[in-house]
Design a protein around this ligand. Structure first.
Ligand code: C2E
Ligand code: CA
Ligand code: CA
Ligand code: CA
Length: 277
């Protein structure tokens, strides 16, 4: 790109134009995907510590693209958030997930829950609390069957926080996802409606390798417990991490060592499962 009369805007313009076009294209693709039902959730089990019993599943969004195959959320969730399409997509995931957990509860006879990721902009929508209530009613499930995962960025959205408070009064639990990686202030822990903390895999992956990670993880668990919050560790990739989390008193764990996220057809087999170590 060339420079004209010292005006750099020309260079920026053409690349901006390209980026805008590409964005528009993906946005149209997302719209179409929503209509065609190309979004699906995969499910990753959560195991209780110290028992090793599977107690729930996290629903993780996938886009089954006709040409590109299975597209991971990192490749389209940011744009879906930007365009607001994450709200209808998220609503679909929520209904699917609740429908699944209802079936798993019936078949297994156990009080399993499903955990669903919620973007801040989705939670801020005026009809969010009603949507949750309707989805639970449709599935015939109590609020306890649902855990909503939000990230620390939610603190910037007071409307969303109000909605979470309303939803929480119906028995739905709220977890802070990726805990420790976002806003550095701990002050919001006193004010946010929250039941659980998910310790980010960034800390978990270094367990047993770096003593500082162990110290940080231990402190996070103690802090959470002092605030009567439950702790889930994510990204458990080996037995050593599992054993260390167990000895640190962590309440539940999730990660490739237990199971990768699996398509819905494979999840049922994991319902009655127990991690042995
Ligand atoms: P997240 O909520 O932090 O989800 C955990 C991610 O870590 C998932 O990636 C999961 O597959 C991956 N993971 C699980 N166990 C391990 C492990 O042992 N090691 C490693 N290295 N990774 C592990 P995934 O499925 O690609 O999802 C990426 C992100 O996309 C999620 O991060 C979440 O922020 C977002 N996302 C997923 N589904 C939804 C959704 O339905 N709605 C919204 N708004 N965001 C979603
Ligand atoms: Ca999550
Ligand atoms: Ca996470
Ligand atoms: Ca994440």
């Amino acid at each position: 790109a060339k420079r004209e009369g010292g005006n750099r805007a020309v260079t920026f313009d053409s690349s901006l134009h390209e980026a805008a076009l590409q964005k528009l294209e993906i946005e149209q693709d997302l719209h179409q995907a929503l209509e065609r039902g190309e979004f699906e959730a995969h499910y990753q089990p959560l195991a209780a510590l110290p028992s090793g019993e599977i107690v729930g599943f996290e629903a993780l969004l996938r886009w089954r693209h006709p040409e590109r195959g299975l597209v991971s959320p990192a490749d389209f969730v940011p744009l879906a958030e930007e365009t607001g399409l994450i709200s209808p997509i998220g609503a679909q995931v929520l209904r699917q997930a609740l429908c699944q957990v209802r079936a798993w509860r019936e078949i297994s006879g156990r009080g399993l829950f499903v955990s669903v990721n919620v973007s801040a902009c989705q939670a801020a929508r005026p009809d969010f609390p009603a949507e949750i209530a309707a989805a639970l009613a449709e599935a015939g499930l109590p609020g306890e069957a649902l855990l909503l995962e939000v990230t620390e960025s939610i603190v910037a959205q007071s409307v969303a926080i109000g909605h979470l408070e309303a939803v929480r009064r119906t028995g739905v639990r709220i977890a802070i996802d990726d805990f420790g990686t976002g806003y550095s202030s701990l002050a919001y822990l006193q004010t946010l409606p929250v039941d659980e903390l998910k310790i980010d895999k960034m800390f978990v992956s270094q367990l047993g390798r770096d003593t500082r990670s162990s110290t940080v993880t231990q402190a996070l668990i103690q802090l959470a417990h002092a605030l009567s919050l439950t702790v889930i560790a994510e990204g458990v990739e080996d037995e050593r991490q599992w054993a260390e989390l167990r000895s640190l008193g962590c309440d539940a764990a999730q990660g490739y060592w237990i199971s990768r996220p699996v398509p819905v057809a494979q999840a049922l087999a994991l319902c009655g499962w127990r991690v042995r170590s």
